[in-house]
Design a protein around this ligand. Structure first.
Ligand SMILES: Cc1ncc(COP(=O)(O)O)c(C=O)c1O
Length: 399
């Protein structure tokens, strides 16, 4: 077998970027506008009081955008802390040289993982006395204090100390000498639901419960413990949810979880999803397209076959429900979305060719397709759309 250098037909070494270029834009890819993240963070921060900090939530590879790029631009926009879900995500950010405080929002329960977290200067979320004790022992072993955040459950029933035991347990935690409590937080379960601000809504009850607990533990203001509760929706609802810091994901990426937000807040969609036309064919009237023959042409139809499918993270249940943009014009996707390809009706276009680039998500001229629209049409939430994109889609930073 020939190796690369001796390939008699092609000298790859003459074209150092050749393979890289092919890899990135050969079939389908995600483009990330770092600047949009920076602008969004700046705008969102303008809604906070002067002393309220902004934690950029960059878990799940920055909601599918590339955590490294997102972190860099979120920090440029003024984020002072970062939130990840896992130990691995935190270690990866540190390996990129990120120096800001990083909170692991998921739960670490083994001594081994907590030691790794400590060694990588990551703050774990602590939900029990047992975990607190392990952290204290680790701190003691290294002759240092282990920085961490305590979480209290106010209605999500996921992670966090039980609210009715927290006050008593906090008394005990205060006696641990080798931990440093950097934050106390809770998480809202329903801030993006209609009526979240109504009297006695789940969200208001969570806030009241959180406030009551904070009053009971009677923190003195010199202790530097950051109190935080709000996600994007909580942050956009009212300053009552802001406390010392907000933890923002979705809206930093350019999407509001609420139907109504301040008209002056013009969030910019940071992600575009682009795809190449791999093949073009013309079919007669009455011909079925794709698996199951769910679409049958009602006229002579020119089809573009796009190199993207559900194995890339496009939900299959969007089949026949979405459009694709080319040169500021919409073209309907037709037939079932397959694992690696989908078909688009381009009968009305003379300009789309094999190798043309089409836009599945993002803006072109005055046309925009947002993950919010995909989420609505596929009966899910925008978070899931963003986090479903697979590694098969390269991420390209553009500005
Ligand atoms: C604990 C926690 N805080 C904050 C966020 C950010 O939420 P959002 O993307 O709605 O801003 C998340 C996301 O799921 C979360 O799990």
């Amino acid at each position: 077998m020939q190796n690369r250098q001796t390939n008699q037909f092609f000298n790859f070494d003459k074209f150092p970027n050749f393979e890289k270029e092919i890899d990135l834009k050969q079939r389908a890819w995600i483009e990330v506008k770092g600047k949009a993240i920076e602008i969004n963070v700046r705008q969102l921060r303008s809604k906070l009081s002067k002393n309220c900090k902004f934690m950029a939530v960059v878990k799940a590879d920055g909601y599918g955008h590339d955590a490294k790029v997102v972190s860099e631009y979120a920090i440029k926009g003024g984020a002072s802390e970062l939130g990840v879900a896992t130990l691995k995500e935190g270690i990866k950010l540190r390996s990129f040289g990120v120096k800001k405080p990083i909170l692991i929002l998921g739960n670490l329960y083994t001594k081994r993982d907590l030691i790794k977290s400590f060694k990588n200067d990551l703050m774990p979320t602590i939900s029990s006395i047992r975990e607190c004790l392990v952290c204290n022992n680790i701190g003691k072993h290294f002759g240092l204090k282990f920085a961490l955040h305590l979480k209290v459950d106010t209605g999500m029933s996921r992670l966090g100390f039980e609210s009715n035991k927290f006050v008593q347990q906090f008394e005990k935690i205060k006696s641990f000498e080798n931990i440093s409590i950097k934050g106390i937080y809770s998480h809202l379960s329903s801030a993006d639901e209609d009526g979240a601000l109504n009297f006695q809504s789940i969200t208001q009850l969570q806030r009241l419960k959180f406030n009551k607990l904070l009053k009971q533990i009677n923190l003195d203001s010199s202790n530097q413990i950051k109190i935080h509760l709000a996600n994007s929706a909580g942050m956009l609802l009212s300053r009552d949810f802001h406390f010392h810091m907000v933890r923002v994901g979705l809206s930093m990426y350019g999407y509001s979880p609420l139907d109504k937000i301040d008209k002056n807040l013009l969030l910019k969609q940071a992600l575009s999803l682009k795809v190449k036309v791999a093949f073009i064919r013309t079919i007669d009237k009455g011909v079925s397209v794709s698996y199951g023959g769910k679409f049958v042409s009602h006229r002579k139809t020119k089809l573009a076959v796009l190199s993207i499918g559900y194995a890339d993270g496009v939900p299959r249940n969007l089949s026949g429900k979405i459009n694709v943009i080319h040169n500021n014009k919409f073209y309907p996707q037709v037939g079932s979305i397959t694992m690696d390809q989908m078909m688009v009706d381009i009968t009305d276009s003379n300009e789309i060719k094999v190798g043309s680039t089409m836009l599945l998500l993002g803006s072109d001229g005055d046309k925009t397709i947002s993950p919010l629209e995909w989420a609505r049409k596929s009966n899910t939430i925008p978070w899931e759309i963003l986090c479903s994109f697979k590694n098969r889609l390269p991420k390209v930073q553009v500005d």
